[in-house]
Design a protein around this ligand. Structure first.
Ligand SMILES: NC(=O)c1ccc[n+]([C@@H]2O[C@H](COP(=O)([O-])OP(=O)(O)OC[C@H]3O[C@@H](n4cnc5c(N)ncnc54)[C@H](OP(=O)(O)O)[C@@H]3O)[C@@H](O)[C@H]2O)c1
Length: 185
């Protein structure tokens, strides 16, 4: 059987596990956005792209001038939308989206499936994903959306991606660090 595409979650998470407030990111961390952009865009095979899978609210949280996210296959989940936004693949369920992206037809064009939020989409992805890329923001923020609690025995920190620096970053008086958690088989 053909190899499955890797599925990775990626999120920036405050120390109270918050990820968003009023459909926005509660912080401004350009270094984190650059890392998000690099990781989700870069492919080893130049003719392939990565997919970014997101809920409808996360899609709407992206400034309109940046949507769809460039050089990536944009996948939006919604039970209410009937027509896909321009340049987007729309699915009505998480597993349906993953099955479609893992199909023979898509596997030739896609390298990695990045799950980019929000809460319930991460929750569904944690059952199947191979890695979690977290930016740990070392400060509490007032949030209305949170990253799910995950099993830290099942997902353990690992130095598996040389693109991810280990040092502590600081911007706008906020410290943060990148961490990759790998599923233990
Ligand atoms: N810090 C970070 O890294 C990060 C990352 C992403 C987002 N965010 C923040 O998180 C917030 C948005 O996240 P959210 O959790 O509120 O919303 P969300 O998950 O982005 O979107 C929720 C909507 O997506 C659809 N959906 C979700 N799961 C689905 C499924 N399994 N099948 C079909 N449709 C599904 C539903 O749309 P319908 O109602 O149309 O059915 C649902 O109402 C924003 O504040 C954003 O800035 C932060």
């Amino acid at each position: 059987m053909a190899q499955k595409l890797p599925v990775f979650c990626i999120a920036a998470v405050a120390s109270n596990r918050g990820i968003g407030k009023d459909r926005r990111l509660p912080w401004k961390l350009d270094g984190d956005l650059r890392m998000f952009s690099r990781l989700t865009k870069e492919t080893r095979t130049p003719e392939k792209q990565n997919a970014v899978v997101m809920g409808r609210e996360t899609w709407l949280s992206i400034p309109s001038r940046h949507r769809p996210l460039r050089d990536r296959v944009n996948v939006v989940l919604s039970r209410s939308l009937e027509e896909p936004p321009d340049g987007v693949r729309l699915y009505h369920g998480f597993q349906e989206a993953i099955d479609s992206l893992q199909s023979d037809e898509c596997r030739d064009k896609i390298e990695t499936i990045w799950v980019v939020g929000g809460s319930s989409v991460y929750e569904a992805a944690l059952c199947i994903c191979d890695r979690i890329y977290l930016t740990h923001i070392e400060k509490e923020f007032d949030c209305d959306t949170f990253f799910p609690v995950f099993d830290t025995q099942l997902f353990q920190p690992a130095s598996v991606d040389p693109r991810v620096p280990k040092d502590i970053k600081a911007e706008n008086d906020v410290s943060y660090r990148f961490c990759v958690y790998e599923r233990q088989q």
